[in-house]
Each structure stands twice: as C-alpha cells, then as structure tokens.
Design a protein around this ligand. Structure first.
Ligand code: C2E
Ligand code: CA
Ligand code: CA
Length: 562
C-alpha cells in the first residue's frame, strides 16, 4: 500500500480516479500541476470539468462506447486548464471492476503533449507554408490542386489555374534591398488573397511567382474579371518604409479540364501562357492556347535538332562585306552563321541563336564559327587584302560561361596559328552593363591578343558613354533601325551624325548596318561614317560568292554633296 501510495504521489503522469458515476474521488499532485485544480476543487465533480469544447458530442459518445464495452480507451485529447488554457494530452483510461462485474473505479492517466503537438504543428507549417508570406507553398499547393481537380471532376465543373509572376521584381530587390523586397512580397500576397474569394487558393511557389486556383460553377466566365481585379490591385502603389514603389504582374491562365487533365500539364500550360503575357509587354493576363503548345513543341524539336547539328556539319558561315566608305574597299566582313536544316531548309539565326544561348550550346557553336572565320581571314589575308579582318558575333552567354574546359578565343586563335588582329569580336551593350570582373578580364585578354572589339546594335540598348570609354571599344555599329529611317534632317539622321562625331572624338570608328539604298549610303558618307554594311553592297554570301565580289565598290565622289 505504501509503495503504491509512493508511486501515485511521485508520478510525473497525472492520475485521476473516479467512481462508477464519473465523480472524481482522487487526483495526484501531477494532476494539480497539469490542470491547475487542487484536490479540493475537483473532489466529487464530474471529470468533464476538464472539457475544452474542442471535441464534438460524437467524439465523447464513441469514447464512452469503447470504455463501456472494453473498459479502456487511449488517445489524444484537448482539455482545458483551470486558467482557461487549452492543452493536448495523451489520455489512457482503465477500469477496475467489482466482483459482480459492475464498475468500481475508472483510472485516468494523462501526459501533457502540447509541446510535441506544437513542434509537430511547426514542422507541418514549415513543410506546407511559405515563411515570408504565410501562404501555402508549392508542396501544399500541389495537394490542394489535386484535391480541387478531384472535386471539379466529380461535380463535372471546371477550374482555372493562374500562374502569376511579378514584372521586374529583381530590380526592386537589387535597388531597394531584400528587406524591402520581402515586404513587397508580403503585400502582394495580401492583395492577391483579397482579390479572390476566400474559397480560392492562393500560394507562393517561390521567388516572385504565385499561383491561384479559382473554382466554382461558372468559373470559365469569371476568370477574366478576377484577372482584371488582380492586375488592378497589384498595380496600386506600395508604401514600403520611406519608399513608394510600383510593380505589375503577368498572369498565365489555363483551364481544367479544357486545356489539360493533370497537374503537370496544367502547370506547363500556365507557365507558357505566363511567358506569353510577359512577351506581349507584361502587366496583363494571357490564356493558354493550343498554338502556345505548338510553339513549345517546335522549340523542343529545335533544341533536339540543334544538338546534332554541329556534329552533323549542318552549319555554314556566310560573310557580308563591310565597305570602307572613303575608298569603297572591302577588307572587312562579318561572319554570320546559317543552319542548313535537313528537313526545314535554311533556319535563320534569329530563330536558333536564342535557343542555343538558353541551352548553353552557343559556346560550342560560337567557337566553331570563330575557327571557321579565323581560317577564312587567314586565307583572305593572302588572296584579298593583307589586313583582312572578320567580325564574329559573341553572345553574352559566351562571356559569362566560366568553364575552363573551353579554350578562350585567344587560345583558339593561337592554336590555329591565326593572329588576333584578323578577328573583331562583336558584342552587345548589355554585356558591358552587367560587366563582372570576369567580362573585364576576358576583354582585356582580347586586347592583349590583338583582337578588336565592336559594339553591335548601337543605339538600341543603354548606349552609356562611360562604358564605351572604359572598355576601349574599337568600333561602334549603328543599328539598322536608325539607318532605315534616315532621311535628310530627320531625327535619326541627327542621331547618326551625333554618334559619329562622338565616336570619332573617342577614337572609335563607326560602321553603319543595314544600308539598303544609295541615299542612305550618301547620307552616311556625308556624315563622315567610316564603314557601311548592307544589302546595297551585298547580302551575306558563302565564301565562293564572296570571292566574286569586286575588291573595291565604286562610291561616287559627288555623293557627299547630295
Ligand atoms: P547582327 O549581328 O545584327 O547581324 C546583322 C543582321 O542584319 C544579319 O542577320 C544580316 O543578314 C542582316 N543584314 C545585313 N544587311 C542588311 C540589310 O541591308 N538589311 C536588312 N534588313 N538586314 C541586313 P542574320 O544573318 O539573320 O543574323 C541575325 C542575328 O543573329 C545577328 O544580328 C546576330 O545577332 C546573330 N548571329 C548571327 N550569326 C551569329 C553567330 O555566329 N554567333 C552569334 N552569337 N550570333 C550570331
Ligand atoms: Ca553583328
Ligand atoms: Ca547588328
């Protein structure tokens, strides 16, 4: 008896004994500690004074049903402490019977598991919710979408999946800092939630990408008004710290079951639609269409075909002469790649270069073009002009690639025994803008190797003078769009003249691109432009045709006066 008493008093587990009527007849100190009730306060009371109201009638009915038939019950239960606090406990109830089989005592043992429940809850929140916006995360969202699809299916209804991506959010992060960026994401999350009904699911997939499921009987006819409201709400000003910031969002929309029947397809569709919205100028929504699918499929096919093209020898390099305007002499050319596709015929670089850039294939392709061009310029140096130079386009991707498994251009030229000054690298302004040290070094290496540098498509980008000075550019290529609209005294004419004067002051030579008419050529001559390139002189042609071009193209001297 004493031993039993000792165990009972010192047990860390709360113990409560009640009689057959459910009246409490004994509790131990651990019970008092856990519930806050002293023995005097509970003696003779029904055990239901601990009830939290968390469980419904059926819960207790089932519990008593089991106790009455088997004598015991085990499980998790939420109770209430004297101070009102709700807590979770692991409860096990056992019965002691009289000789005649009637109930003598019920003994309840309980352990507080609130902390464990809380950490479980925390883990659950962490796996299912985004900590910045407190919206469901990708994991949770997939489960929700799965559920909604099942429901829509059984109710023979549709649902709409929206994929939303903030426009230029990176700039906000970069200029105002990540703290402000996070604050904005929170605000965006709130606005999205309040733009839809509470039955619709809003989630953050990561970064600045959000997604929404819209459900309901007539959803197909309502999607647009939702999308409109979202665009409107998101574009209102954000007051973040001291700043007032604006942002817009692009939305891709796809419908279940019209566009696709499974989650992955739906996501892919919404993604394509969202990119289409971006391409159409952002701050808008775009429905998924089957033609987007076709575009995506064509692109995938292009990627596959492109992989084999180099090994299969399907690329050609064409050359377009660059004419010296003061003499009409041709001792420069631009190398322009052509893809002779076995089924599609000639594919334009405008179509496949961006794909090659995205997939990284541009490095191998670009190096191949360089080697072709280098060998060609070596050849033309002996047949056409001792200083012959070939311009080779170099994509920014080729600069940012850090892999040491590729030879640098100076090394490649060295291996071919071609001097650096027979090559001009054509780069774009964007490259100089996000110039890392890495780009700096590569351009310096070019300089050391004698490779000259031309700034392509000048005037279409940022055209920052300080960069041009800093990077020691040798040539500026005035973009075709200016040349195209050039008439005497037009604004494009004035711009061209200004570019030429500026370049000359900085010791830079100017090449005009896309010269198609005699008038354009004459205006350029009058403006003092150094070189010109365009259909007027020759289209880009294969080597054998280039060889047939005259070595000097007549430039009438009277031209300058017109
Ligand atoms: P780009 O470097 O600006 O090349 C000039 C483009 O203008 C070429 O188009 C050329 O054929 C075209 N063009 C030349 N003269 C005229 C003209 O008088 N009128 C008109 N309307 N167009 C003219 P292409 O060959 O289709 O190349 C398109 C772009 O593809 C190039 O633009 C360049 O950015 C890229 N590209 C071409 N070859 C390569 C390459 O080997 N490597 C890389 N990275 N990009 C390349
Ligand atoms: Ca070029
Ligand atoms: Ca160009």
């Amino acid at each position: 008896m004493q031993l039993a008493e000792l165990v009972y008093r010192s047990s860390g587990e709360a113990i409560m004994v009640s009689n057959a009527n459910g009246e409490i007849i004994a509790v131990n100190p651990a019970f008092t500690k856990m519930t806050g009730y002293s023995i005097d306060e509970v003696l003779g009371k029904n055990a239901n004074i601990l009830s939290s109201g968390h469980h419904d009638r059926t819960f207790y009915a089932q519990m008593w049903q089991q106790i009455n038939t088997t004598g015991c019950w085990k499980g998790e239960i939420w109770d209430r402490r004297k101070n009102g606090e709700i807590y979770a406990e692991w409860l096990s109830i056992n019965s002691v019977y009289n000789e005649d089989g009637s109930v003598h005592r019920r003994v309840a043992l309980f352990t507080d598991i609130t902390q464990r429940k809380q950490s479980e809850e925390l883990i659950w929140r962490q796996t299912n919710f985004d900590h910045i916006t407190e919206l469901p995360n990708r994991h949770m969202f997939r489960n929700c979408l799965n559920q909604e699809i099942k429901e829509a299916h059984s109710n023979q209804q549709s649902l709409a999946l929206l994929l939303l991506d903030l426009d230029h959010f990176k700039e906000i992060n970069d200029t105002l800092g990540h703290g402000i960026g996070d604050q904005m994401l929170k605000d965006v999350a709130k606005r999205l939630q309040t733009s839809v009904r509470h039955t619709d699911t809003v989630a953050r997939l990561g970064g600045d990408e959000f997604t929404i499921i819209l459900t309901g009987a007539d959803i197909c006819n309502n999607v647009e008004s939702h999308a409109q409201r979202i665009l409107q709400r998101i574009s209102e000003p954000y007051h973040l710290g001291e700043e007032v910031v604006y942002v817009s969002i692009s939305i891709g929309i796809t419908l279940y079951p019209d566009d696709a029947a499974n989650i992955d397809e739906l996501f892919k569709n919404a993604d394509q639609a969202m990119y289409a919205a971006k391409n159409l100028g952002r701050n808008r929504y775009q429905y998924f269409t089957s033609s987007m699918q076709e575009v995506a499929q064509t692109r995938m096919k292009l990627v596959n075909d492109l992989r084999g093209a180099l090994a299969d020898n399907q690329f050609r390099v064409f050359y377009q002469p660059i004419v010296e305007l003061s003499t009409g002499a041709i001792h420069k050319a631009e190398a322009l790649i052509r893809w002779q596709h076995p089924a599609r015929g000639l594919v334009s670089p405008g179509e496949f270069i961006p794909v090659a850039e995205e997939t990284g294939m541009i490095i191998d392709i670009g190096n191949w073009v360089l080697c072709e061009a280098a060998q060609q310029s070596k050849c033309w140096r002996s047949t056409l002009h001792p200083q012959f130079q070939i311009s080779v386009n170099k994509s920014p991707v080729q600069f940012s690639h850090q892999s040491s498994s590729y030879d640098s251009w100076p090394t490649l030229l060295n291996k071919l025994g071609v001097s650096g000054d027979s090559i001009v690298a054509e780069i774009t302004e964007g490259l100089l803008l996000d110039a890392s040290n890495f780009t700096d070094n590569k351009l310096l290496n070019f300089r050391d190797a004698g490779i000259q540098v031309a700034l392509d498509d000048f005037g279409t980008g940022y055209s920052s003078l300080s960069y041009i000075k800093k990077f020691d550019i040798d040539y500026i290529k005035i973009d075709q769009s200016f040349v195209k609209n050039m008439t005497p005294h037009s604004s494009d004419m004035v711009l061209c003249e200004a570019i030429i004067v500026m370049a000359h002051k900085l010791g830079i030579k100017v090449i005009a691109e896309g010269v198609e008419t005699i008038e354009q050529r004459d205006l350029l001559v009058a403006a003092g432009c150094d070189y010109a390139q365009g259909y007027l002189f020759s289209r880009p042609v294969p080597v054998d045709e280039f060889d047939k071009l005259p070595s000097v193209i007549a430039i009438p001297t009277s031209a300058a006066e017109s």
